[in-house]
Design a binder for this molecule. Structure first.
Ligand code: FEO
Length: 164
């Protein structure tokens, strides 16, 4: 059995993961409107992954006998000044999510809740991967700068992830 405090913290994380999904879907909509179909595809795939993260918390809570309560989602931003700005925000957002996961682990360990601590380890690894991957993309955008041909190539490259 996990504590009320831990249950609430995990339930809150469902909202944070669903908001991540919503934010990346909003970025996808922005990219679609700007005709960057590759970046849009990448963001849609990211959005689906965030939904899956939310569902992992949902299933875990259900498994330990906790009642999941869904809360309202915050309205995401709807436009950015450039693809670079959107990806920089995605990077910042992933760092925020990493901090939240770390806080959950700190709480699980303080409560000697070994099952939850174990459950959260997957997210620790996942966050390292996500932060690194978005950071790499931000660096590519910086390298490319305003070069339209190179941006077009990057759009194609990121679009290939969406279909993989
Ligand atoms: Fe579910 Fe990208 O953190």
């Amino acid at each position: 059995m996990i504590s009320e405090k831990m249950q609430k913290a995990l339930n809150d994380q469902i909202n944070a993961e669903l908001f991540s999904s919503y934010l990346y879907l909003s970025m996808a909509a922005y990219f679609e409107a700007e005709n960057w179909t590759g970046f849009a595809g990448w963001m849609k795939k990211q959005s689906r992954e965030e939904y899956e993260h939310a569902m992992k918390f949902f299933h875990y809570l259900t498994e330990v006998g906790s009642r999941v309560t869904l809360e309202a989602l915050e309205k995401p931003k709807t436009s950015w000044t450039s693809p670079l700005e959107a990806y920089e925000e995605a990077h910042k957002h992933e760092l925020y999510i990493t901090k939240r996961i770390n806080d959950l682990v700190t709480l699980a360990q303080a409560e000697k809740d070994y099952a939850t601590n174990n459950f959260l380890q997957w997210f620790i690894d996942e966050q390292v991967e996500e932060v690194a991957s978005v950071d790499q993309i931000v660096n590519k955008f910086k390298l490319v700068g305003d070069n339209k041909v190179a941006l077009y190539m990057l759009d194609k490259e990121l679009g290939s992830r969406a279909s993989s």
